[in-house]
Design a protein around this ligand. Sequence first.
Ligand SMILES: Cc1cc2nc3c(=O)[nH]c(=O)nc-3n(C[C@H](O)[C@H](O)[C@H](O)COP(=O)(O)O)c2cc1C
Length: 199
Amino acid sequence: MTETHNRLLGRRTALKLAGGFAAFSALFPAACMTAEAKDKNGKMLVAYFSATGTTARVAKQLAEGLGADLFEIRPEKPYSRQDLDWHDKKSRSSVEMNDPNSRPAIAAKVENMGQYDTVFVGFPIWWHRSPTIISTFLESYDFSGKTIVPFATSGGSGLGKTESIFKELCPKAAVRAGRVLNGSPDKAKLAEWAKSVLR
Ligand SMILES: Cc1cc2nc3c(=O)[nH]c(=O)nc-3n(C[C@H](O)[C@H](O)[C@H](O)COP(=O)(O)O)c2cc1C
């Protein structure tokens, strides 16, 4: 085989590989977005609170789609079914959500929050806003210079007052517009959403 053949073969192989990669990118945009998003937005964390599992499922999918770390905001005292009864004005959730100073304790802390540049914070909508345990979480760390993106699941409500709560509790962070992610979106859809928010 001549030198020219060798070079030609090298170029053809390179072209094939490039073509293959383009096809792969078209088929799996989320996979490609992962590296891109990581470069631009640094190390990412998906932290979530979930009382009945719905937000947990979305958070896991989002973390996988982004290649981000995952952290559960676990209450020191778990919420029972009675605690979650919004028809009962005296239930734990009703009492907490009626008290602006309520800060339910969290069982564990994120190890080295300093390593993260972007933090997605997920929760169920309670009374048209983020549960007060999310306020505990936001007050537990120094988010200066970090980007925070709220996301939620709900029975149909939007984020309500959530964005202003986040901005008030983390004045030195860049709080991006969040979204309610109902309807079990898949990894690729979630990564696409995250990309659009972080752009
Ligand atoms: C105490 C309480 C209050 C709620 N308030 C609202 C509300 O204001 N609007 C709404 O659409 N859904 C509301 N929901 C429904 C939850 O947001 C919804 O079921 C959510 O997906 C549950 O997420 P989880 O399984 O991660 O806890 C409320 C649920 C509870 C327990």
